[in-house]
Design a protein around this ligand. Sequence first.
Ligand SMILES: [Fe+2]
Ligand SMILES: [Fe+2]
Length: 243
Amino acid sequence: MELFNENSKLAAVILRDHSLLPVINRLGIKLGFGDKTIRNICEEKGIDINFFVETINVFHYEAYFPEKRLLDFSVSMVIEYLMKTHQYYVNYLIPENDRLIEMFLSATPDESSENELVRKFYTKFNDEFVIHINFEEREMFPYILELNEAISNPAHRSRFRQKYPGYSIEGFEKEHSNMDDKMDDLKNIIIKYLPPNYDQNRGNAFLANLFMFDKDLKNHSRIEDHLLIPKVKQLEKLLQSYE
Ligand SMILES: [Fe+2]
Ligand SMILES: [Fe+2]
């Protein structure tokens, strides 16, 4: 397994794996970096080099998850990255999916029962997705950021305990499996049960976007489950030790 490191030229990284493009955008980098290395670029932009390198490696290699090293990063940095990912989904990938699925389904002039089925499963996935990210943004992330604040600033501790009596991340921890199941159902319906007269090019365009979303979302969930949650458990223990 070849991992990227701070001396890797970013252009070579992207040529090797273009699915990292939205990932580097979320980390604050746009195209046009010439022959600069990851170190050069991160120093220029004030980006944490280790966080950058680990995030692209986690995304690139499914088997790679350096839990111990990742636990060094601040939760606020991780949450900022996760929030940017949510924004990318909500502002770009989902509207793009909406557009592509409508183009695809409208190519078959008669509304068929298969079209209806695809729409139904697409809606089910979207509903589950919205519930999930709303929960994270409105409840889970604020709890984590306030916990972090209570750790670094003793003056905030009693307010935190009053606001979240008896809370722990275990109570908040939600399975990502509901969302994954709905995504799998949708992909299966399209791949296995479409009628023979569907528009192939439009179908492929929609599926390509859906697969990209699926990959990105699984990596996102992986960071939440294996990096953020263990990190929060550490912080909760630390806060308990101050009591
Ligand atoms: Fe999330
Ligand atoms: Fe999530």
